[in-house]
Design a protein around this ligand. Sequence first.
Ligand SMILES: [Cu+2]
Length: 180
Amino acid sequence: MQMNKLVACQHRSKTGLIAGVIFSSLLLGGLALSFNLAHAHDFKLGDLLIDHPYATPSLAGTRNGSVYFKGLRNRGGQADRLIAAKSVVAERVELHQMQMDGTIMRMREVPAIELPARTEVNLRHGGAGTHHLMLQGLKQPLKDGDRFDLELVFEKAGTRKVNVWVQTPRAGNASHTHPH
Ligand SMILES: [Cu+2]
């Protein structure tokens, strides 16, 4: 619809043609941008790439939630550490690690998540040894489709605000217990 109007105006005059070309570029640029935003979701901070932060919808009756990442990549030659996080949606955000305790999977709070040089750390949900961020005291339940800001504090790289997408994980090992 809009494209047709632009094409029509391009035939009117030389000025119209130039304006039309500029408007077309802007329009196409806008389309390309929204396409990228819909499909890619990552944040950069120095050598760090924070890939797709996501949270799972709240379980009924709980006031905590977990934030995961597709990955946290350190592309630099120097190790860094994630040392803290905070968000307005929760009273407190803790760094957690899953650990096997006999046959039971438990999680414990850790002071930092190590990001060795030239390494990608897996922070997806599930699995012994994996990390996640724990939202404690959620002000309201997280619902599928919600988005919220989260501030990540790295020891060397500094602070980066990222946007977390609330989504139901695809079929797989989505469940781990949160005995808080
Ligand atoms: Cu946890």
